[in-house]
Write a protein of this length. Structure first.
Length: 289
């Protein structure tokens, strides 16, 4: 039972990590919390559901289309809601982010209705018995896809010129611009990649719980943000680690105190931040004057 909860925690935590990456990437570049990210996650789930249930596409094709659709949505949001406010005081883009979140949530409510919908993935899901504990092929699939996406992001950030431009922009935007880096393109790409990961997480969670609804983004989005803060906001490895830890704490807590599993997760966040305010892998940065 305990080891099964560990697997459940890693499965859920890997989706939190994908959501957290979207938050932490945007914050690392713009020092902005994209509160519309949870709705991108939700819309990604609906895109995947539509591709599978209406157009009868295979699951992996639907996942890819969902990521592309979420990527395009992220670019549109950045261009329409954040770019015009880039030089405004910090409260303006924050309010804009909240407004975009509310708009997207209500738009989907109006189009799809408030009812939850099952996610017919079409996958042949079986349960394996390994060493005395059970694990489903769906859990293995979610872990595999999540790991592939996170490893791919790590390779992109560390081994490509675009990733180098992203790291330079996160470190010092003015210096990066003087070196010929097109800051606007880097910011747009960051939103695009973060949104694609959020859309993938929405599809994976929709399949895992066999349910998609317009309000599904709130708690996973909040927990993805918590995971980003727990790991160290702005740190990509921190977001990955924070999501896995949050998922494990939530699932193990559910074994002993199921009614308070969310409270336990937030209590762990508070405890870690009291010991290390920058998060597990975050670094303190001196503000330039």
């Amino acid at each position: 039972m305990f080891f099964e909860q560990i697997i459940n925690g890693l499965t859920l935590g890997s989706t939190y990590s994908l959501i957290a990456l979207g938050y932490t990437m945007v914050y690392g570049i713009l020092e902005l919390i994209n509160f519309a990210h949870s709705e991108i996650y939700m819309i990604g789930a609906f895109i995947g559901l539509t591709m599978v249930s209406v157009y009868k596409l295979p699951f992996f094709v639907a996942l890819l289309i969902s990521m592309i659709g979420s990527c395009i949505l992220g670019i549109i949001i950045e261009k329409a809601a954040y770019k015009p406010l880039r030089k405004a005081n910090r409260i303006a883009p924050l309010i804009s982010a909240i407004g975009v979140s509310i708009f997207l949530q209500n738009a989907v409510l109006m189009i799809a209705g408030p009812q939850a919908r099952a996610f017919p993935s079409g996958l042949n899901i079986t349960t394996l018995n390994i060493g005395g504990f059970r694990i489903s092929t769906l859990q293995l699939l979610i872990l595999f896809v999540s790991i592939i996406l996170m490893v791919g992001l790590h390779f992109l950030i560390q081994k490509t010129k675009l990733g180098q431009a992203m790291r330079a922009t996160a470190q010092d935007k003015e210096a990066a611009q003087l070196m010929g880096i097109k800051i606007d393109h880097v910011i747009t790409f960051t939103f695009a990649i973060g949104s694609a990961l959020g859309g993938a997480a929405g599809v994976l969670v929709g399949v895992y719980f066999d349910s998609v609804d317009p309000m599904m983004g709130f708690f996973p989005g909040l927990k993805g943000f918590v995971a980003a803060v727990l790991g160290g906001i702005g740190s990509i490895p921190g977001a990955m680690l924070g999501g896995l830890i949050l998922g494990l704490v939530e699932m193990v807590g559910a074994v002993y105190m199921s009614r308070y599993k969310d409270a336990i997760a937030f209590a762990v966040l508070i405890f870690i931040l009291l010991l290390k305010p920058t998060g597990l892998l975050g670094r303190s940065v001196q503000e330039k004057v």
